[in-house]
Design a protein around this ligand. Sequence first.
Ligand code: 2BA
Length: 111
Amino acid sequence: MKLIFAVIRDKDANDAVEELIERRIGVTKLASTGGFLRDGNTTLMIGTEDNRVEEVMQALKETCAKRSQMEVVAPHATGGVPVWNLGYAPVKVEVGGATVFVLDVEQFRKL
Ligand code: 2BA
């Protein structure tokens, strides 16, 4: 058995959990904070059979992989300076990504 820790973006967490639950893979969602940015992120704790690790990776890739997406930048994102032309301009930003650790589980018991 393996225990997988996946550090993902908060925004991707619901999709990732739904995808795992749909595949009948157990998951616990933990609120976490990145040491570098000191910003909130989500850590998923996933216990699964060895032969399903790749399926978990696939589920995480589908829901959390790094991708570019168009986002509308609100005026405050310009640093408080009103920029009429840029106020609500859609810009391409990179979102998502997952940092994944796979550990061997010595014992798994439910007491
Ligand atoms: P990522 O490398 O994608 O890491 C995203 C989050 O994953 C990290 O958030 C942290 O919560 C977790 N993580 C990454 N590597 C880990 C590890 N070896 N052990 C445990 N947890 C780990 P943050 O620490 O807030 O980092 C956010 C992003 O800042 C990182 O994205 C990376 O692009 C950048 N970064 C992190 N440390 C850096 C450093 N020393 N210098 C420059 N950039 C750094």
